[in-house]
Design a protein around this ligand. Structure first.
Ligand code: NAP
Length: 274
């Protein structure tokens, strides 16, 4: 696996032990016949780690929790959407100059469009963290109408104001008329799989429910939504599409999206059997 001349890509996060990004990226590079290694780093000091990208000539880096906002200050340039969202999940190293991109909103939009049209539809977006910002940007850029719903009203209101959309406290979700609800909170993510951000009795009000969590593949929210008759979508497609966009940025080549999805899905299904 380790040999001279390999291109090196990396993941910066803390923790990273659970990440399926190495599996996804190596599946792609193997099929694309790109001689590359994608290394996960559990980063204790982000500033030093970013300096290491230049110092070691790492070609590109995925950035994950908790560094997506902090990393902005260490980069040379920000692509416009990353600057607007206020989060970077992808760094491109072009001859020592580090460019910050955000591919979460692209991944979200590409996958959502396969599920239902965005233009003209109303989306209730649960949460007000970094993922909510990417989802709001994705919905707005495709002509959708997002409504922020958040537990902490002040945070949700501020976010809605910043993105020019409306806000509703999460406790008033029964008043919302929306075509789709998108969960961007981490409620229901492994290992807290017995939790859901919404009571089952409100789910039937919405024809479509999306959870951007992909582990487990079917969260409690999606399970209850399916039982309530809603069409549902997990975060797997978003995860694959955001990674595919990173590969396009780093290599200029088209990644094998279906193989990447199959590899990650099989791994997740294996967790569920154990
Ligand atoms: P975050 O910044 O921690 O945001 C958390 C948000 O969730 C906050 O607004 C918080 O509300 C809300 N929240 C937390 N616990 C809650 C509860 N018990 N009830 C109601 N609301 C609650 O997290 P993030 O970085 O945005 O990420 C969120 C999720 O998105 C993670 O599960 C992550 O894995 C997933 N994600 C998936 C993809 C993908 O490719 N599929 C990409 C990015 C992120 P308050 O403001 O009230 O505290």
């Amino acid at each position: 696996m380790f040999e001279g001349g390999q291109r090196i890509f990396a993941l910066f996060g803390n923790p990273v032990g659970h990440s399926l990004s190495p599996l996804m990226h190596h599946t792609a590079y193997g099929e694309m016949r790109i001689n590359a290694l994608y290394v996960p780093f559990c980063v204790p000091n982000l500033e030093d780690a970013v300096r290491g990208i230049r110092g070691m000539g790492i070609g590109g880096v995925s950035v994950t929790i908790p560094f997506k906002s902090e990393v902005l200050r260490y980069l040379d340039e920000l692509e416009e959407s990353a600057s607007r969202i206020g989060a970077v999940n992808t760094i491109v190293n072009e001859e020592g100059r580090l460019y910050g991109h955000n591919t979460d909103w692209i991944g979200f939009g590409r996958d959502l469009k396969e599920f239902l049209p965005i233009q003209g539809n109303t989306f209730g977006v649960l949460g007000a963290g970094g993922a909510a910002r990417a989802v709001l940007f994705g919905v707005l850029s495709e002509g959708g109408n997002p409504v922020v719903l958040n537990r902490t009203a002040a945070k949700g209101e501020a976010l809605a104001k910043e993105f020019g959309c409306s806000f509703l406290p999460l406790s008033e979700i029964r008043l919302l008329k929306a075509d789709c609800i998108v969960n961007t909170t981490s409620v229901g993510m492994a290992p807290q799989m017995a939790t859901s951000p919404l009571e089952a009795k409100v789910l039937g009000n919405f024809p479509h429910i999306v959870d951007i969590i992909y582990n487990p593949l079917e969260t409690k929210l999606l399970k209850e939504a399916r039982k309530a008759g809603c069409r549902t979508r997990s975060g797997l497609g978003m995860f694959i599409q955001q990674g595919a966009e990173q590969i396009r940025l780093w290599t200029g080549m088209e990644p094998p999206v279906e193989s990447m999805k199959r590899a990650v899905r099989e791994k997740l299904e294996g967790y569920e059997k154990n």
